[in-house]
Design a protein around this ligand. Structure first.
Ligand SMILES: [Zn+2]
Length: 305
């Protein structure tokens, strides 16, 4: 039998120090630096690459703690334009457990606050998206059901978003509770609702279709007055607020490690949240039913700082 050992295996480093950047398998171009670590290959603007690489490692550790799975090694592209050469290099190198384009400078510039806050926002958002990728691959790897539109993986949208929120900064720096005091989404609805952004994507698809129609009628440029679905911004903010609140609440009470992984596995196998809480809630530090979870969560929202 012929065993092929690629040069990449020889070169694969295990930490993110500057020394290993020199053996990065991707081409460094212009202002882009490549940093190779045990979890990722990061090709990003030089001012960001080290922080991004460190953050991927930290996010992987958080993911392992909450879900009991270790994400594979993947490729993170931090530039503005899609880098297809890097994509292909990463795939050839076998670093394609996941691949995320994250235009970090643009994300930072679109956010608000001080330079440090913008930086933290861009890195936190990156960890959020990584968690979506890792969660889907680990627990809901099946391709989407034809005809069924989902926001993230095949998991219920609340669980998908909670899993992503677990890796965000806001969990440790800012309580989402005060912002929920004006009202929460009743759990019966929250646990079964579609991600509100789906309404937005349907709206955008309509807008695009209308623009295409106008072009076929000879319009080379059009000004369209578009009104988003009423209340979408508010619904999105409330949904994300409740997701962050619930992620914080559950994470701070979870006893033992990988509790979210156990829940995800059970729900993937067909259990409802209520069934699982009845079976395992008390043992993992959570209430023994959805009804009690909601009551405790709402009480926390009222009083938490
Ligand atoms: Zn998300």
């Amino acid at each position: 039998m012929l065993v092929l050992v690629t040069w990449l295996q020889v070169a694969a480093p295990i930490d993110t120090s500057r020394a290993v950047a020199s053996v990065c398998p991707l081409r460094e171009t212009g202002a882009m630096s490549c940093i190779s670590s045990a979890r990722s290959i990061v090709l990003a603007p030089a001012a960001w690459a080290t922080d991004m690489s460190t953050r991927v490692n930290d996010a992987g550790e958080q993911f392992r703690r909450h879900f009991g799975r270790i994400p594979g090694r993947g490729y993170l592209f931090g530039g503005a334009a899609m880098d297809s050469a890097g994509w292909n290099d990463a795939r050839r190198a076998g670093h394609d457990a996941w691949r995320l384009p994250w235009p970090v400078e643009q994300v930072a510039s679109r956010s608000s606050g001080t330079a440090d806050q913008r930086r933290a926002f861009a890195l936190s958002g990156m960890a959020h998206e990584l968690s979506h990728l890792w969660f889907g691959a680990a627990f809901w790897p099946e391709p989407a059901t034809p005809g069924m539109v989902r926001y993230g993986s095949g998991a219920p949208d609340w669980l998908d978003e909670v899993s992503a929120a677990l890796l965000e900064d806001s969990l440790t720096t800012r309580s989402p509770a005060p912002r929920l005091r004006t009202g929460t989404i009743p759990f019966q609805r929250f646990l079964s609702m579609d991600h509100p952004a789906l309404a937005q994507s349907a709206f955008l698809a309509q807008a695009r279709a209308r623009a295409a129609e106008l072009r076929t009628q000879g319009a080379s440029a059009t000004a369209m007055q578009l009104t988003p679905p009423p209340g979408l911004g508010d619904t999105l903010a409330l949904f994300y607020g409740q997701v962050r609140g619930l992620a914080t609440w559950l994470a701070t009470r979870a006893k033992g490690s990988a509790v979210f992984g156990e829940l995800a596995q059970a729900m993937h196998a067909g259990a409802t949240l209520d069934e699982w809480l009845r079976r395992r809630g008390a043992a993992v530090g959570w209430p023994p039913s959805v009804m009690e979870l909601e009551a405790d969560f709402v009480a926390w929202v009222r009083t938490a700082n």
